[in-house]
Design a binder for this molecule. Structure first.
Ligand code: ZN
Length: 291
């Protein structure tokens, strides 16, 4: 019997006059959660928090959620997943999901990148050609300058530098480099949220009075990084700045009671936060957008 390969998970909801589709690019298992989240804490402290939240203590599942925002005028892809580079590991399924929900890659008008890590940029090129041939591109000015700078050679960021040269630089002529507050399309703006990477952006979308914040990698685990925003995260380039940004962004999201889409939140990666203990409690979306 041949194994059945199911299509990737996709999830739709309405936000004002926009349709948002979240696609699961894939998921993988990571060992020793305490070495990633709370790397400055005792392992038992991290394990205790996981156990209290009914989660396994020895491994965690990390998932990836690129999204499509259809405004009626534009089809905007927010982050692209692993693309061809991930397929051997069961990742890189965004393109398949985009087609499965009825879009063609040619319909995409804008590709917006929160930051330039591999799981966000590796879907830009497909078979040596642009994956979204008619799109223009946006990303942070500081982010682009950091990763393209030759000064990254011989540093821990060298791998990322090379990946950006291969995957992002080919689109430079069609790319707009965003600063704090810049508009991407009508109703969608960029806000600087540095720390995870030097020029990380979050995107704020507004449509008919409804709001959604796409937080990228500002918080990457719904318990460990939202519940304990000050804990160090191995993937954050500047750990102090990342913690400050996490507090600032989620203070705003909790105060305004607005939904957010977090690239590594459990699929469909959309929820709310409220202040709780020393951090935030994550409340996954249910039917808030259906009424
Ligand atoms: Zn990421």
């Amino acid at each position: 019997m041949t194994a059945v390969v199911l299509p990737p998970d996709t999830h739709h909801f309405k936000l004002g006059s926009c349709t948002i589709t979240v696609v699961k690019d894939g998921a993988n298992i990571l060992d020793n959660p305490w070495e990633i989240f709370g790397s400055n804490q005792a392992p038992e402290t991290v394990q205790k928090l996981l156990a209290q939240n009914f989660l396994p203590t020895e491994k965690l599942v990390n998932s990836y959620a690129p999204a499509i925002i259809d405004t009626g005028t534009d089809v905007i892809v927010v982050d692209t997943g692993f693309g061809p580079a991930g397929r051997a590991r069961g990742l890189g399924r965004f393109r398949e999901g985009l087609k499965a929900v009825g879009y063609t890659p040619e319909q995409v008008t804008v590709v917006a990148l929160t930051h330039l890590h591999g799981d966000h940029i590796s879907g830009l090129i497909e078979d040596g050609a642009p994956a979204f041939p008619n799109a223009r591109y946006v990303t942070g000015e500081i982010e682009y300058e950091f990763w393209t700078d030759k000064a990254r050679e011989g540093t821990p960021a060298e791998g990322g530098h090379k990946a950006v040269l291969a995957n992002v630089v080919p689109f430079a002529e069609k790319m707009t480099f965003l600063k704090e507050g810049d508009q991407i399309v009508n109703g969608m703006t960029a806000m600087l949220a540095p720390g995870h990477t030097p020029g990380h952006l979050v995107f704020h979308l507004q449509s008919d009075g409804k709001q959604l914040v796409m937080t990228g990698d500002v918080a990457n685990h719904y318990i460990l990084s939202l519940g304990r925003p000050d804990w160090e995260v191995r993937f954050d380039a500047d750990k102090i700045q990342a913690a400050k940004t996490r507090r600032r962004v989620f203070d705003m999201i909790s105060a305004d009671r607005i939904p957010f889409l977090g690239f590594h939140m459990p699929f469909p990666a959309v929820g709310f936060v409220e202040k709780h203990q020393d951090g935030f409690r994550y409340i996954p979306k249910t039917y808030q957008f259906d009424l």
